[in-house]
Design a binder for this molecule. Sequence first.
Ligand SMILES: [Mg+2]
Length: 176
Amino acid sequence: MKKTIAIDMDGVIADVEKQFLNWYERDFGIKMVKADIAGKGEDDAFPEKGIVRKFATTPGFFTTLPVMEGAIEAVQELMKDYEVYIVSAAMEFPLSLSEKLEWLKLHFPFISWRNIIFCGDKSIINTDFMIDDHIKNLDYFKGHPIMFHAFHNTGYTHHTRVHDWQEVLTLLKSRG
Ligand SMILES: [Mg+2]
């Protein structure tokens, strides 16, 4: 039986960071880059407090997210050796449910609806591996957690960190 992997959406296959920076420039006329927000939390990444949450609750935010570089090819590659599940805590932003599904159909049409899990608390997830950017999900995971690099997790060192999808493949291909 194939081993199972839970793959998060935001910050892992969807580049929310790039979208935050693009929307911030669009709305405030200030161009910031990933290095400017590295090490900051989601609440204090930008001078305008709460703007990240405001963006994430704006209709169209999730349908227009850029795909994380290399994610489509890497997920297809992993599916050869693993049972891949897309696991997103979509209940936090209920409006995002249909947008996230639409986004997955557009960019990851090869993922079956059976392998899409929109949930609340991820501690219920019982796969062999979990790739996620948030330690709040990884800390309570019972399998092997893999932390996808993100601006808000640069200060944490207690999980295996991957910086991009190539590193995910290198790590998991050796473990399959
Ligand atoms: Mg995430």
